[in-house]
Design a protein around this ligand. Sequence first.
Ligand code: ADP
Ligand code: MG
Length: 699
Amino acid sequence: MLDWAVRDIKYLPGVGPQRAALLEKELQIVSFKDLLYYFPYKYVDRSRLYTIGEIDGNMPYIQLRGKVLSFETFGEGAKRRLVGHFSDGTGVIDLVWFQGLKFVTGRYKANEEYLVFGKPVVFNNRISVVHPEMETVGELTFSSLGLRPYYNTTERMKRSMMTSNAIEKLMNHLFQALQHEVFEETLSPRLVAEHHLMPLADALYNIHFPKTPDLLRKAQYRLKFEELFYVQLNILRYTKERRFKYRGYVFGKVGEAFHTFYTHYLPFELTNAQKRVIREMRRDMGSGRQMNRLLQGDVGSGKTLVALMTMLIAVDNGFQSCLMAPTEILAVQHLETITRFLSGMKIRVELLTGSVKGKKRETILRDLLTGDVHILIGTHAVLEDTVNFSSLGLVVIDEQHRFGVAQRAKLWAKNVCPPHVLVMTATPIPRTLAMTLYGDLDVSVIDELPPGRKPIQTLHQFDNRRPSLYAFIRQQLQSGRQAYIVYPLIQESEKMDIKNLEEGYLHICEAFPEYQVSKVHGKMKPAEKDGEMQRFLQCETQIMVATTVIEVGVNVPNASVMVIENAERFGLSQLHQLRGRVGRGADQSYCILVTGYKLSEDTRRRIEIMVRTNDGFEIAEADLKLRGPGDLEGTQQSGIAFDLKIADIARDGQLLQHVRGIAERLLEEDPNAERPENAVVWRRLLEMRRQQANWSVIS
Ligand code: ADP
Ligand code: MG
């Protein structure tokens, strides 16, 4: 590492011990290099003044110059807002504040001239800028700059006057301090030349102080390229090493258990997708290396059956299997399904959850050790140290995102070699994201539903049409079906006008006096929750009013209606998961998205996608585009240090695939990391790994 890079930030002119402490606490900036790599989150073109007269609905952040004619407040309490009527002589727009009203009126005066920065939005033919940034004209310092950088700061920093402006000044000092220093290139000369990349030193300068949009674009491209390239190189190399390091048990044959089941017990024909996936796994498990496979398939695509047949291959090779589910009720359901499939065959299946105790538990633990139990189904309870196998060869994990990395790693220790691992998820992950999150897992996809399923019909309904909605639900209940009604929150939040679960429950009880209604939410004790789910499953209750706790896995084939209240408050993948609770039987099922009348553009798009398609992958792609990857399920728990500084997987998917190819070629050409021309690359990779020491076992 270069000298200057590790220099303590407090020695930078303008910083000092106090600001250094703040920078460390709030932004983890400790060294010169940390500051250098603190990139702006946006840029504002301050080389140009716009006029109100030329604003249209489609503009980025712009700069205006004019006066506030007057301030006015509207509304009460949490809904209070301050509006400043702002004019530059060519028109009038509204500057709007929802927070910090006192601060604004104290600081800015009517009839003084200001520069205003912000993104204009057009609503009902009026133009407004929400929470604009304002400066007095006298403060102008930027005349020589093209695009001006904006840095994220925290509340605490702002209170100490460490604004974006202040950071910009520090960045200026930093480049002055570094003007005679060397910036060591982090990509090999060949990569830089072949892919026409901006040299690192130029890119770092231009990412902070771009003179033109074109230079900014080139700087961004260079830095994103590098970031994604090393992420991919790391994953690819790690995968290679792991394959080399861990031998797997060889499941060399497909024998009696599998064949008997397939020919005599399987009640239907497998779909082609199921057949393909089973073939893929047979190949893995027979190869002598340990299988690590992610199985993606929409709800109802028949993953459980695939898992079962894989476990039968384990049986045929003298190994035990373990199937883990995230909740007790799901584990019980798996047990029932699998016992039903296997009834008549001499295969012993047992259930181990927290509530299996005493004698029963002892027997199971003993018979696991002798190998008498072939398939163990359970919850987290199977991870306990007291649970040991005679020869665990395969672990299946259902609904993977509920299990942390550490928990999965625990299973590895339950036999001499790590068992084969099959992770199943119904939350489709777009390809680009899967590459990064699960870059070392092989991915299988069931992209076909069993024949004869009626696609769920999805409708959008405004919440003032309740009578017709209830009439529809009643009609379904009368024909013997059941219905879910899902609410986004448990308690009413002051700010948002949300029909909460409790209120909804009472309302539904009143509206359907002739039916029994269940209520389930996240704050209930697990046993209570399971009990209520059971009642619904047994059709003792016909309506289930719930929060999103029902999202994962539970199978009630008789339920044919899913009503989602305040659908605007749910993300796409959540809506899709909820919808997947119905459509599991032979009857036509319906999903009804209930929303208020006023919808944002994003919400409108989400609803439109849901109504149009049942395809989970299409929805996942759309979700990624609308939301960005940060919120997607699985990203937090994935176990990979997922802190990209500049690349955005949602938007940079193409670049990601491009650099993955480049990383693959480099590994092929230089498998032992010994070519001098790549020295820079290998050194950088090593450095990265040292920084993320816990980049460890993913499954
Ligand atoms: P998933 O776990 O992927 O959501 P399941 O494994 O629970 O789906 O399967 C959903 C339903 O479809 C189950 O009732 C299962 O028995 C049935 N099923 C699975 N595969 C087939 C198939 N090939 N043909 C017909 N029905 C199937
Ligand atoms: Mg399932």
